[in-house]
Design a protein around this ligand. Sequence first.
Ligand SMILES: Cc1cc2nc3c(=O)[nH]c(=O)nc-3n(C[C@H](O)[C@H](O)[C@H](O)COP(=O)(O)OP(=O)(O)OC[C@H]3O[C@@H](n4cnc5c(N)ncnc54)[C@H](O)[C@@H]3O)c2cc1C
Length: 515
Amino acid sequence: MSKSGKLLYNWPDNNFDESLKFHDASQLGDIPYDVAIIGAGIVGSALAYQLSQYKVKVLLVEKNYDVGEGTTKGSSAIIHTGFDAAIDTLESELVTKASLEWPELAAKLKIPLRKCGAIVIAIDEEQEIQLDKVYEKGIKNGVTDIQKLSGKEVKEIEPNVSEKVRGGVLVPRESLADPFSASTAFSEIALQNGTDIILGVEVTAIENKSEKIKTLVTACGKKIKTKRIVNVAGLGSEHLARIYGGEEFDTNPRRGQFLIFDKYSGSEINRIFLPIPTAKTKGVLVAPTIFGNLLAGPTAEDYPHSYENISETTTEQLQLLKEGASKLYPKLQEQPVINIFAGVRSNCKQGSYWIRCNDNSPGIITVAGVRSTGFTSSPALARYLIGKLQDELGLNLEEDPDAIDSRPENKWPGWWKPGYNIKELVDENPDNGKIVCFCEQITKADVIRQLDSPLKPRTLDAIKRRTRAGMGRCQGFDCMVPIAKIISDHCKIPLAEISKRGPGTEISSTSTSNN
Ligand SMILES: Cc1cc2nc3c(=O)[nH]c(=O)nc-3n(C[C@H](O)[C@H](O)[C@H](O)COP(=O)(O)OP(=O)(O)OC[C@H]3O[C@@H](n4cnc5c(N)ncnc54)[C@H](O)[C@@H]3O)c2cc1C
């Protein structure tokens, strides 16, 4: 039986669950970590998962109050094949490898994955000429199952595509999945295998960076000892690298806005509709989501790090986005939008997947510019980083025979395998029959199961991302307060302290900021 790691939250409030509070670095023990991973996005979580298969002492540290809260939470959620990646790059290699392993991996993690396929669509003569290049690039990238289609053939398999369609390239293995569940599953398994995870803790400096044992200095004042550091802090990686004097590189946030349409819209198209990609972006796509909705986006807007409103959406860009997406799928104009959001990529001017080992300090790896494909590449990127840790940072790895690499059958999410209409389940636990989110059909038992899961979520957003409660048409109007009450009752946290995404975002008007 494997030994669970420690899960600690830096939660300043006294009312928070005492057993989960990060009071003191001594709670993590005296022995320095072999590896500290800074940033629990999909990349940090995947790295923790894979390292947890070995007998090593690993820490995953995240400044937010849940995993997957950075770039990871705002993506198109596509497992790419890599057909359109820049040829002979690390990105292309990792995406191509990872896309082949995702179906088996998703089954182990118990995260839904749907191989729906994609079509790159040409709607004018100029674009039609580009299709040959798209096809050839795909073949060069090793995606040999792609096919060229005439306009008529596209129309036959996708009747709702634009009447102007002149041809397409079919990419059968492009798939839909959910990066929230993936980050959670990776981190949860890592935790169960002994990885320590601390949330709400920002690394602000590194002391003794040239020594064998370094010290992570955190915003909450606690200091943590580690032999090696992997900086996978996404948009925060450049700032951190400047602090420890890593090689210079420049990143900037690249915002991508999205429109989410109501569930019945999702059945109008069978595959992901892709425009002809440009050098800067894959362009505005229209896709069903794994949850059954329809999604259109993203935009690609570059801003400096100093821009404060980076996560906001703008009417002007959303309008342009809708016009662009409607060129591929004209009926989009009639579909009801139920949500809008913006994700933010980390764009690196020196190129994507900018990785430096022993980055001006022995024992530190910097990873930057995992811009548009990090969800897909994460398992292969994690393995690549483990290779670097072994070959260039002197990490000895011995497999841990007790480590688990899968989650049990009962981990399939309630939105994927609902239990509220199965009599035996309701008889066994009446909460299985109590729906709290009617839009997404999520039960009280689904919420409680998550609160009691290894990676104990304690915010409304964390529950929303795990269960989908609050992601439906009413966007939480009906269920937010009942769910806050369930968290409050079950975890013995006063209702006024229940927050959207951690301290300072409480939902009660008596104690909130306006975040
Ligand atoms: C609009 C958009 C669409 C996309 N579509 C797709 C897609 O369809 N398919 C695909 O494969 N990829 C897609 N991507 C790309 C993918 O989402 C990213 O490549 C991936 O999420 C990057 O993960 P990460 O772990 O590197 O970064 P992040 O998710 O940003 O994780 C980094 C973490 O580090 C934390 N952190 C930062 N600084 C510190 C610090 N000092 N101390 C502690 N913690 C810190 C942050 O809070 C964050 O949680 C898309 C991205 C966007 C924005």
